[in-house]
Write a protein that binds this ligand. Sequence first.
Ligand code: PEP
Ligand code: MG
Length: 947
Amino acid sequence: MKKWVYLFGEVAEAEKYTGSWEGVRALLGGKGAGLLDMTRAGVPVPPGFTVTTEACNEFRKTGKFPAGMWDQVLTAMKSVEKQTGKKFGDANNPLLVSCRSGAKFSMPGMMNTILNIGLNDEVAEGMIKLTNNPRFVWDLYRRLIEMFGTTVFNLDDEVFEHPLAEYKERKGYKVDTDMTAEDWKELVSTYKDVFKRHVGFDFPQDVYKQLELATKAVFESWNGKRAIAYRNKEGISHDLGTAVNIVTMVFGNMGNDSGTGVAFTRNPSTGEQEMMGDYLLNAQGEDVVAGIRNADPIEHLQSQMPKVYKQFMDISNKLEKHYKDMQDVEFTIERGKLWMLQTRNGKRTAKSAVKIAVDLANEGLITKEEAILRVTPENVDALLHPQFDAEAMMNAEKDGTFLAKGVNASPGAAVGQVYFDADTAEKMAKEDKQDTIMVRPFTKPDDVHGMIASKGVLTSEGGATSHAAVVARQFGIPCVVGASAIKINLERRVMTVGETVVKEGEWISVDGTTGKVFVGKMPMTSPSLEQQTELLTLLKWADDICARKDIRVAPVKGYPTRGLQVWANADYPKDARRARSYGAVGIGLCRTEHMFFEPERLPIVQRMILSHTSEERTAALDELLPYQRKDFDGLFEAMDGYPVIIRLIDPPLHEFMPDEEKLLEEVITMRVKGESDGLADKETLLNAIRGMHESNPMMGLRGVRLSIAMPEIVEMQVRAIFEAAADCTLRSIVVRPEVMIPLTGTVKELEWIQPRLERIASAVMGEKKGKFDYKFGTMIEIPRAAVTAAEIAQHAEFFSFGTNDLTQMTYGYSRDDAERNFLITYQEQGILEKNPFQTLDRNGVGKLMDWAIAEGRKTRPNLEVGICGEHGGDPSSIEWCHLIGNNYVSCSPFRVPIARLAAAHSALRHRAQGKVTTPKKKVLAKIPKTRSKVTQKSAKKKFAKVK
Ligand code: PEP
Ligand code: MG
C-alpha cells in the first residue's frame, strides 16, 4: 500500500522513498519537510503529520482521496493522540489540530489553513471545564466556524464580519478585546446560524468530518484563483500540488504567559545580521501575520519572558546554521512553553539577498559559488533601479510635500496615482496603463493582484512582517507599511494627514527604502553601483568563476575553456566609462551612426548624402573625419587595453534626412503663401528624399550594401578609427580596435569591401607609425550569413550576433511593429511563450547561432564570437550563448552587472564535469590572401596565443 501520510518523526522514511532532500520537499512541501526536519533536530515542534502532495495530485485528478489515504490519516491521528496524551473529539481531554497547506515552493497566504479543528458544542463545554477560561474557548470556536465558512465553503468574510461589527456597535465596544466570554458565546450561536443559512446545513459536530472537509479544502485551494495567479507570476509549475500538514494546536491566546509571533533571523529588508520580528501576547497566529493588531518587536520578549527568549534565540540560530540561510520562523508560547510551528528560508529584498549571500559565504556557512547562485539577475536589476533624488527628499519637509513616515518594508522608489482597493488599482494599471500606488489600511491575500499591478504599496497599519510587507518584498514592489499618521477614508476615497488631503487618482511618491511618503511626483536618480559593496564583492566572485580556464566545455571539440566575458554596447566615451565602472571588459558594439545625429554634424552628413559627385562627398566626409576620430579616441582611452568593436555605418541614409511629410507640408505652405525664399532648396531636398524612398528600408540599402554603394563613408570611418588608434598608441594607450561590417549576407560582400578597408588600415598605420593588433569582422544578422558562416569566416576574424535583426529576419516579424501589433496576442494565446525580441528563441534563432559558430570555427578555430543584440543582457539568452560557445555577450552598460551574474550562473549550472579532452593539434585558420603580410603574421601569432 502506498504511503500517503508521514508522521513528523518519519523523516528517514520520506528520504528513503524520494532519495533526496529536494524529493522530500516535493513530496511533503516546504513546510512539511521543515516540520519533519525540525523534529529530527530536536526542536520543540507540536506533534503532527503530513499528507503528501502525491495524495493531493490524486485528489485533483479524481475528486476523491486516494485509496488507503484516509485510513492512514486515522492511524496517524491515533499516534498524535498518543504523543500528546489527548484525544480528538473527547470532551474530557480534547485534542485540537490545524490543517495547513504547504507546497514545495512557499506561496505565502495563497492557500488555505484552518485552525482549531476538533471543537464542537460538547468539546467546547469540556474545554471550558478544563481551562476554566470560557472566553478563550468561545473565541476559538467562533474562529473555527468563521474559518470553515470562509475557507472551506468560500463564503465572503463579510458574512461573519458584519454581525461581529454590528454586535460590537450594539454593545458600544471598540476592539475585540472588549468582548466577554458571554459575548463570544452569543456570537458562536450567531455564526452557526450564518453558517447554516449560507451553506445549507449545520456546522459539522463530527470532528472527523471537520478534518475531512478541511483536508479537501486545502487540496482544492491549490487551484484557487489566488494560488494560480501567484504561480503564474512566480513561474511555479501548476502540477506540483500541495501537501496538508495536520498539527496539534498550541495556543498563544491562553493568557499573558502565552503569545505568538513571527521572526526573521536576519533583517529581510537590509540583510543586516539582526533578529527581526514581532509578537503578540495572548493572541493567535493570524493576528500577527495579518498585521491587524500592532505587534511588539521581538526584543521586548527578553524582558517579558527571558528564558523563553533565550531558548527562542538559540533555536533560531541553530535553524539558520542548519539550513545555511536566513530563516523565517513562526512560534507560539503556550503557558510559558515555546513551540516552533514553522521555519522556512525567508523572503527578502534584493538588497538583503545580496548582503545575506555574501555574509553567509564570508561566515563560511556556504561557498562563494552557492552565494552567487542565491542571488538572481532580477535582484541585481532591482538594485540598479532608480531611487528618489536625495536633495529633493531633503527639501520635501520644507516645501510641504512630505506626507508621512512608516516602516520601510520593501525598498525602492515608486511614483503613482493612488487607488484605495486592489481591483481599482489593478484596473487602472492594466486598462488605463497608469502607474498606480495601492493604498489600504492593511492588506489581505485577496489584495495581492492589486499589489502586483501597482508600482508601490502603502498601508497605514501593520509592521515589517505584515502581509503587505512580506508580499511586497517578495515581488520587489516598493512598500511602506504602518504609516499611522495617514487616515484613510475608504468610503470617501481620500486619505488625510492633518490638513493635507490626497484624493483617489492623485499622485504620491513612496520610498520603500526610507519609509517616507510624499505628495506629488518626486524626482528620481540612478543608484550608484560603487556604493554597493556587497554587490561588488559578489560580482567579483562571479567574474572569477567565469575566468576559470576549465569551467566550461567547448561545444563540438570538447576541450576546457573559460566562461563568458561581459562587454557593453556603448557609443560615446561617457557610456564606455560607465560600462567599465559596471565591469565591462570590452565594447561589443559602438553604433557609429548615432554620432552622425549630433546637431553640428547632421548638416554635414546631409550635405554628404546629397552630393552629386564623389569629390563633393569626399569633401563633406573630410569635414566629418575629425569628429569621428575624436569619438574613437575617447572610446579607446576609456577602454585602455580592452577591445573596442566599432560598427561601420548601418542604417539607410534616409534616416539622416528631414521627415518627408513635414517637409512636404512646409513646401505646400510656402507655395500657397507664395513665399519663394528658400523654396527651391526645399523642393530639391524633397525630391532627393523621395528618390531615397524604399518600401522596405530595413531590407534595403543599409549595412554593408550601403558601404558597397558608397564606400567613401566607411573608408572615412576606417581612417578615423585607425588614426585615433595610432594616436592613442603614441600616447601609450593600449588599443584593440575591431572593425565590424554590418548586415553581411554573402561572403562576396566581404570580399568586395574588406580588402579596401584593410588597405586603408595598413596605410594609416604606415603613415602614423603606430603598431597595434586589430581585427576585421562582421555581424551575423541575416540567416544566410549564419548558414554560410564557414565561408564568411574566411574573411571575418570575428562574428557578433546582431540578434535584433537576426530575430526579425528569422521570424519575418518586423522589429519595429510586431510588438505593438500582434506579439502580445501571440503570447496571450500561447503561440509564443516569450517575446523573441527580448528572450532569444533557442529553437530557431538560437540554432542558427549554434550552427554559425560551429561552421565559423571549422574555418577559423579561434574565431571570436559575441552577441550585441538586446538579448546580450537577458539571462536566459546569456545562458544560451554560454552553451553554444560565445566568447562574450555585449549589452547596455546598465545591464552589465546583471549579465556578469547571469554568466556566472550559466557557468556554474553547466559546469564542465569529469574529464574533458584537449585537442591534440591546434589547427590554424587559413588566412585569406587578401590580408597583407604583416597582418597575416600578427594574426597567426594571435591565433597561436589563444588556447
Ligand atoms: C542587431 O541587429 O541585433 C544589432 C545589434 O544591430 P541594430 O540593433 O543596430 O540593428
Ligand atoms: Mg542590426
